[in-house]
Design a protein around this ligand. Structure first.
Ligand code: RB5
Length: 144
């Protein structure tokens, strides 16, 4: 199961990605927002991050205008490694090397088809633990 969330800028994009995920056999739990009405991205970024950090859901996808605000909000939560990503290569390597558990996308930055390709290069890619795990532990230990 995947948690998904957006602000008002990413709302319609989120709705389309929910359909895309469903078609690919990956149902998403929608944490909002639920309309185009102006709102604040950290509300949804933190909701999805909390769900992933508590391990009730394994991965999250967040959408705002650039993906930057959402990634910053989500990365405040211990255990979250959110990547803002605009290309499939970074998406794949962020799984293999960084064990990212949240993908942040910018609806004003990348088209929907590219977002779908990025998602496919992120969702099912396993973490290559070994030396990468030690590196993650180094920065996780520095968190407040
Ligand atoms: C909202 O205008 C915009 O700031 C937000 O969608 C996002 O891009 C923030 O990083």
């Amino acid at each position: 199961m995947i948690a998904i969330g957006s602000d008002h800028v990413g709302y319609e994009y989120k709705e389309k990605l929910i359909q895309f995920l469903l078609k690919n056999g990956k149902p998403a739990v929608d944490f909002g927002c639920f309309s185009n009405e102006r709102t604040d991205y950290p509300i949804y970024g933190l909701k999805v991050a909390d769900a992933v950090a508590s391990k009730t859901i394994s991965r999250g996808i967040l959408i705002c205008g650039t993906g930057v605000g959402m990634s910053l909000a989500a990365n405040q939560i211990r255990g979250i490694r959110a990547v803002v990503c605009s290309d499939p290569y970074t998406a794949k390597l962020s799984r293999e090397h960084n064990d990212t558990n949240i993908l942040a996308l910018g609806s004003r930055v990348i088209g929907l088809e590219l977002a779908e390709m990025i998602i496919l290069n992120w969702l099912d890619v396993p973490f290559q633990s070994m030396r990468h795990q030690e590196r993650i532990q180094i920065f996780e230990a520095a968190r407040n």
